[in-house]
Design a protein around this ligand. Structure first.
Ligand code: ZN
Length: 240
């Protein structure tokens, strides 16, 4: 576990030691058990998660939203949660996908996005910035971004036909693929970083300190490494 502790918000990057078994029927119970401990550590009153689908939709948890405590998993599916509400965690579950946390210091608004390759290619980071702007008038120049643990280019091999997915985006392949010994490796953080910088996020405001590789670091859950047996680690962000 690692905590990014800012005076205005915090991010809890969980690992395999407090991870969640992902079964759709029992997500609420499985998650609640792990989450109660995490919420206690960070003094969160409650948390909101979504049923993630590798897409670009999401919800806003506002000061007026009625929440179920200690854990709210709304019926709608989505991969983005945005909030202006203090002391309520917004969370993402991952095993190799990239958790991205956005904080607008000017408007005191926080967001989390679930950015695996599918969501990234579909533009989930871009969509998060748009939603923050639409709802809270957030300016990308005021937003800092933190990438959590995910599959990194040391291990994240992709096949040649993966290029077809990248070619549907406005990001140059060369910015996010690495060539080693005739193999191709994807750099998901670079892909998202380029998308964000293109939209006005300042490069120096994108933090990779907690972006460890989940495949070669056995403390993390990894779908690539453990296949169907992989649990999901929790990333929980909260405004103070
Ligand atoms: Zn690695």
């Amino acid at each position: 576990m690692k905590v990014h502790n800012d005076s205005n918000f915090l991010i809890y990057f969980g690992d395999d030691s407090e991870s969640v078994k992902l079964s759709k029927e029992d997500l609420h119970n499985n998650l609640k058990e792990v989450l109660l401990g995490i919420q206690q550590k960070i003094n969160a009153k409650g948390s909101v998660f979504l049923k993630q689908v590798h897409g670009t939709n999401g919800i806003v948890v506002s000061k007026e939203s009625k929440l179920k405590y200690p854990l709210d998993i709304p019926d709608e599916h989505g991969d983005i949660i945005i909030t202006d509400r203090d002391e309520v965690g917004i969370g993402i579950l991952t095993a190799d996908c990239l958790p991205v946390v956005f904080y607008d210091r000017s408007k005191h608004v926080l967001a989390v996005a679930h950015a695996g390759w599918k969501g990234s290619v579909a533009g989930v980071s871009k969509r998060t910035l748009q939603m923050m702007h639409d709802r809270f008038k957030s300016d990308p120049a005021d937003i800092e971004v933190h990438f959590g643990p995910a599959a990194r280019s040391c291990c994240y091999e992709v096949q040649r036909d993966f290029l077809k997915h990248l070619s549907r985006t406005d990001i140059d392949h060369e910015h996010c693929l690495m060539h080693r010994k005739g193999k191709l490796f994807l750099d998901l953080s670079k892909f998202n970083k380029h998308q964000l910088v293109n939209l006005g996020v300042k490069e120096q405001n994108i933090q990779l300190k907690h972006h460890e590789c989940t495949i070669c670091n056995i403390n993390y859950c990894s779908y690539r490494r453990d296949k169907e047996d992989a649990n999901r680690q929790v990333t929980l962000a909260m405004l103070k």
